[in-house]
Design a binder for this molecule. Structure first.
Ligand code: FO1
Length: 329
C-alpha cells in the first residue's frame, strides 16, 4: 500500500531497545515524518538506584527522538556532566552506573510523576511531550515490573542486567537470560491496538536476546504481531549483526554463549515465525538464500547507519520494501 513521500497515513510500529534500536527509530521518523509511528521499547534493563527508577532504553529512545542524545555514547544527554556522581563518589557512594547531571533530572521527574500515581507509559508520554517529541508515540513494552537477569557462566550466579552490562562491562561469559515478572506482565495500554492496526511492524537492529526478546516475551505481544501479519501487515526485521559482529554491544558473544549462531541468520531464526522481510548487510549477501528458505524476503544493503543520513537511508529502504515506493504526490 503506497503512501506519499512523507508516508502520511502509514501506521508503523517499531520494537526496539538500546542504542541501535533508538537510532533506527530516529531514522524512521526522519524518513516518514508524517507516518503514525509508535516506538515500543524494552524495559527489562530498568533499575532502581538512589530511590530513583531508571529506564535506560526508554530514555535513550526519548533522547534520540528529541535530538539531545550523546551520539558518541549512544545514551544519556549530549554534553552532560557528572559532577553529582563525582561528589557522590567523594561521599562514598556507589557510582558504577553513571548518571549525568542533566540525566538525573529525567530520573527525578520520573520519580515525582510515579509518586503522583502515574504509570510508566503515562510518565513516558509526559517526558516525550516535555522534550518536544511529536509525531511519535513512545511506549514502554509494559507498565508492569519486568527485570532482565543474566546467569554468569563463571559461578552460575544470577545478576541484574546492568550489573552484567555495565558493572562487568559484558566481558564475562553468560549461561542464561531470564525476564523476572514477564509472565504477569501485560502489554502497555495502546500497544496491542497499535500493532493491530499497523501497516508495518519493524524489529529494529537491537539485541535479539535482551532488547527485542523481552518485548516479544510480554504475553500477547508476539501473538499480536503474528495476527497483524496474517491480516496483511508487513513484519520487517533488521539484522543487528554485520559479518557476525555487532556495531555496538555484546549481542554476538551472548548469542554464541547461548548456543545460537552469532550471525544475521542466527538472529533471523529467532524471529522465524514473524518475518516477511529481513535486512542484511552486503557482507552477508551469501545468507540471502537462507533468509528466503526461512520464508522472508532478504533486503541486501548497507546495514550500517552512519549518522542521521545513514539512519534515514536504512529506514527509507525498509519502508520502501514494506510499503512500496513512495507515491509521488
Ligand atoms: N552504559 C554504560 O556502559 N555505563 C554507564 O554508566 C551507563 C549509565 C547509563 C545511565 C542512563 C542510561 O539511560 C543509560 C546508561 N548506560 C550506561 C547505557 C545502558 O546501560 C544501556 O544503554 C542499556 O541498558 C542497554 O542498551
Amino acid at each position: 500500500m503506497p503512501f506519499g513521500r512523507d508516508r502520511a497515513g502509514a501506521r508503523v510500529v517499531a520494537l526496539a531497545g538500546g542504542v541501535g534500536g533508538s537510532r533506527f527509530i530516529r531514522g524512521l521518523h526522519l524518513a516518514a515524518p508524517a507516518a503514525h509511528l509508535t516506538a515500543v521499547v524494552n524495559t527489562g534493563d530498568d533499575l532502581a538506584r538512589y530511590g530513583l527508577r531508571i529506564s535506560p532504553d526508554v530514555d535513550t529512545v526519548l533522547y534520540a527522538l528529541a535530538g539531545i542524545v550523546d551520539d558518541v555514547r549512544g545514551w544519556g544527554p549530549r554534553g552532560d556532566t557528572f559532577r553529582a556522581m563525582a561528589a557522590l563518589e567523594r561521599l562514598g557512594g556507589d557510582t558504577w552506573f553513571r548518571l549525568g547531571d542533566i540525566d538525573l533530572a529525567t530520573h527525578l521527574r520520573r520519580r515525582e510523576l510515579v509518586d503522583a500515581g502515574q504509570t510508566p507509559s503515562q510518565v513516558t508520554a509526559e517526558l516525550a511531550r516535555r522534550l518536544g517529541i511529536d509525531g511519535v508515540t513512545v511506549l514502554p513494552m509494559t507498565d508492569d515490573p519486568v527485570a532482565t537477569w543474566i546467569q554468569l557462566a563463571e559461578d552460575d550466579r544470577w545478576v541484574p542486567f546492568q550489573e552484567y552490562f555495565v558493572r562487568r562491562r559484558a566481558d564475562v561469559p553468560i549461561r542464561a537470560v531470564r525476564f523476572e515478572g514477564i509472565e504477569r506482565s501485560r502489554p502497555a495500554p495502546g500497544l496491542l491496538d497499535a500493532v493491530g492496526t499497523a501497516h508495518l511492524v519493524v524489529l529494529c537492529p537491537s539485541n535479539p536476546l535482551v532488547s527485542i526478546g523481552p518485548i516479544l516475551a510480554v504475553p500477547g505481544i508476539r501473538d499480536a504481531v503474528r495476527t497483524a501479519r496474517s491480516r496483511g501487515a508487513v513484519v520487517a526485521g533488521v539484522s543487528p549483526l554485520i559479518g557476525g559482529a555487532t556495531v555496538k554491544g555484546p549481542a554476538a558473544r551472548m548469542l554464541r554463549e547461548l548456543g545460537i549462531e552469532p550471525s544475521a541468520m542466527g538472529v533471523a531464526s529467532m524471529y522465524a515465525d514473524l518475518l516477511d522481510i529481513y535486512v542484511i548487510d552486503r557482507v552477508d549477501a551469501g545468507l540471502a538464500s537462507k533468509v528466503e528458505e526461512q520464508g522472508a524476503r532478504p533486503i541486501v544493503t548497507d546495514a550500517l547507519m552512519r549518522g542521521r543520513p545513514g539512519e534515514r537511508r536504512l529506514a527509507r529502504e525498509v519502508l520502501r520494501a514494506a510499503l512500496g515506493p513512495a507515491r509521488e504526490v
